[in-house]
Design a protein around this ligand. Sequence first.
Ligand code: GLN
Length: 239
Amino acid sequence: MTSINVYHFMPDKLNLYGDIGNIIALKKRANWRGIEVNVTDVKETAGLSLSDADILFIGGGSDREQAIATQELFRIKDDFKAAIEDGVPALTICGGYQFLGEKYVTPDGQELQGLNILDFYTESKKERLTGNIVIESETFGQIVGFENHGGRTYHPYDTLGRVVSGFGNNDTDKKEGLHYKNLLGTYLHGPILPKNHEMTDYLLEAACERKNIPFSPLTDNTAEENAKKVIIDRLLAEQ
Ligand code: GLN
């Protein structure tokens, strides 16, 4: 059986609102195609090599847990950046997304160093941006999820899409997430991948392409699409 390797960073600290469900979705949709997924849980980064990583994943966390995770993640920032520049697909959520920038400034002014993979930073306020969210994405169609963050992120890169309902990157520009090469950053929990199979397949397809593993579409996504439609209809009706 062909296989791909998923590196899951700090699963014990960065795992809010069911972020682990993203790993389950990657496994499931890969298995349905006859592809095995090996998951490496990275809790410590000393001596870690990313040379066989096919997908990178970082979930979200509270400010306290982010501060602890920062110290571990900082050690592999050069390897992480090299992998992203090389086109390794990655999903980073909320706290994980904020780590891509130069720094995350907490509401009380504490500066947590980011991985500095891209040129932006995030500032947090006490007032949180919380609730269900719908975005319209040119690449993925409609995306649904749940957000709960104090961080306000502004960046010059491509985004995941335009916010139709909810907040997204901040409380002003109606943009959500980040898309750079095969890296996706987003404020959406939910978990996002089970709710949005198009994004799951995007990551899997990019990983397979880099490894020359044949990748075919799944013929029946009716259950996933019906589930998404229920949420979208409910949210847009509430507006
Ligand atoms: N602690 C960060 C914030 O509040 C990230 C939260 C999260 O990952 N949900 O912005």
